[in-house]
Design a protein around this ligand. Structure first.
Ligand code: URA
Length: 249
């Protein structure tokens, strides 16, 4: 469900501000009844009329963006820095937003949509969507250190849920290692904080997979539309996917 003024603005007929005025002036009907309450929520099936004319609802769209590092996960930036929606502006009609966020310096899979309900489902902590990260870290973590990540580690905002961890490679000369980490939580800078907590700060981070989706076939900054089947699968997984806590090492 979304706020009435937002839905009206999204249809492109006016701004959100003007939509609020129209609602307060009694010029908006939802399913035939005048609504003047600004907080009113409407769903996809509700019929909305402005001045007696039914608005066209925006079609839901779903994309997978290969987010490059050096881009902000936001729809705008007051300092004029590049944001993830910039990749879509001239190519698609709909206004999309990111599902969750990747740090400025993180690259990889980012889902973009205009479907608020879908985004909420995927981001809800109870849905436990697996996210696979590949981290290049400083130093070469021991098996014990990685076990800590697997079991859960106490951060300032609480203990992390069990994770799956796989040692990919280590470079003794450069004193760096590549580690795969699969988590389903989405706390702020979680992966970086987890590695920091075991004394191996992240030097480079990529989200390799979001559930079953990866960036194969895309270059950084490119996106593709998700197929209807993928969207459906994501919805199903969001609802049913149990979190696993077996380690690979
Ligand atoms: N964890 C992080 O630390 N950063 C990200 O961008 C995503 C997950």
């Amino acid at each position: 469900m979304e706020r009435l003024q937002k839905v009206i603005a999204q249809s492109g007929i006016t701004s959100r501000r003007k939509a609020e005025e129209l609602i307060q002036q009694g010029q908006v009907k939802v399913n035939g009844t005048v609504v003047t309450e600004l907080g009113t929520k409407v769903g996809g099936r509700d019929r909305i009329e402005v001045n007696g004319v039914q608005i066209e609802r925006e079609q839901p769209v779903y994309f997978l963006l290969y987010k490059p590092s050096g881009v902000i996960t936001a729809v705008s930036d007051d300092k004029g820095r590049k944001v993830v929606t910039d990749y879509f502006t001239d190519l698609i009609e709909q206004r999309v937003f990111p599902v969750g966020r990747l740090d400025y310096d993180t690259s990889g899979v980012l889902i973009m949509t205009n479907d608020g309900m879908f985004a909420n489902e995927l981001m809800h902590p109870k849905y436990k969507v697996d996210k696979t990260y590949i981290a290049k870290v400083k130093g070469i973590p021991t098996r014990e250190a990685l076990k800590k990540l697997e079991h859960g580690i106490v951060l300032e905002d609480g203990k992390t849920a069990p994770a799956r961890v796989k040692f990919i490679s280590g470079d003794r000369k450069k004193q760096t290692a590549i580690i795969e980490l699969i988590i389903h939580e989405g706390r702020n800078r979680q992966v970086r904080r987890m590695f920091e907590a075991i004394g191996h700060p992240v030097m480079k981070l990529k989200r390799e997979r979001y559930s079953f989706l990866d960036v194969k076939g895309l270059n950084p900054g490119e996106f593709r539309e998700l197929t209807p089947h993928e969207v459906k699968q994501l919805r199903v997984k969001a609802v049913t996917q149990p979190s696993k806590n077996r380690g690979h090492r």
